[in-house]
Design a protein around this ligand. Structure first.
Ligand code: C5P
Length: 206
């Protein structure tokens, strides 16, 4: 099978030295790419700015902003006969303008005008889509809503308020919320183990 995976944060610059972003480290997405490659699948990993090495056998495309990630994903999906796993923590908003030079304090008003970024997962068309939902409340309800609204086979939901789950940790505690309403709560485990479960699920869709 062919897998396209997004990972890490995006950065939305307001001038050459300042940006909006989030603490995503890319560990979960890199683990999915590694797990898929280990199973012999063809893998393209579209990565935001992270400090991780490329897993063996994976083709990596580095991007910075959400719009660059969107373009790279569309290109990588090709005819859409693949599985798209969106683990990236894409910034939902970007500054309307990015100044060419570093803004001086005196040039800043205290207000930044923002524009919506594209929802990559929702917008792209491909055979199978799997998403993530990092939530701090209403985990299951939000996951089911995203699964439906974005046309997904499954949402991997995690409560990011839990210790050792979510941003930056090597472990994760997630719930698989599937399109048919099935719910599977996994115990706390390493991100690579979670990734292997996701890849097995995707293989079952083929
Ligand atoms: O709606 P929310 O951002 O919580 O959805 C999370 C899922 O959607 C993740 O799989 C994330 O990678 C994806 N996403 C995306 N593009 C965005 C926002 C989220 O692909 N602009």
């Amino acid at each position: 099978m062919r897998f396209v995976v997004t990972a890490g944060p995006t950065r939305e610059y307001l001038d050459p030295v300042r940006f909006l972003s989030n603490p995503s480290t890319g560990k979960m997405g890199f683990a999915v790419a590694r797990a898929a490659a280990e199973r012999g699948h063809e893998v393209v990993l579209v990565a935001g700015p992270v400090g991780l090495g490329t897993p063996k056998g994976v083709v990596r495309i580095d991007v910075t902003s959400a719009r660059q990630m969107f373009a790279a994903v569309k290109e990588s999906l090709g005819d859409g006969d693949c599985v798209f796993v969106a683990t990236a923590a894409v910034a939902d908003w970007r500054p309307v303008k990015c100044a060419a030079q570093k803004l001086k304090k005196s040039q800043m008003s205290g207000t930044i005008r923002l524009a919506r970024n594209p929802d990559i997962l929702k917008s792209v068309k491909c055979r199978h889509k799997i998403g993530f939902a990092a939530e701090t409340c209403d985990l299951m309800r939000e996951a089911a809503r995203k699964c439906h609204e974005k046309g997904l086979e499954m949402v991997v939901a995690n409560d990011v308020t839990q210790k050792n789950a979510g941003f930056g940790s090597d472990t994760n505690k997630v719930v698989f919320v599937k399109k048919n309403g099935d719910v599977e709560a996994l115990r706390m485990m390493g991100k690579l183990a979670v990734a292997r479960r996701i890849v097995r699920f995707a293989e079952g869709l083929a």
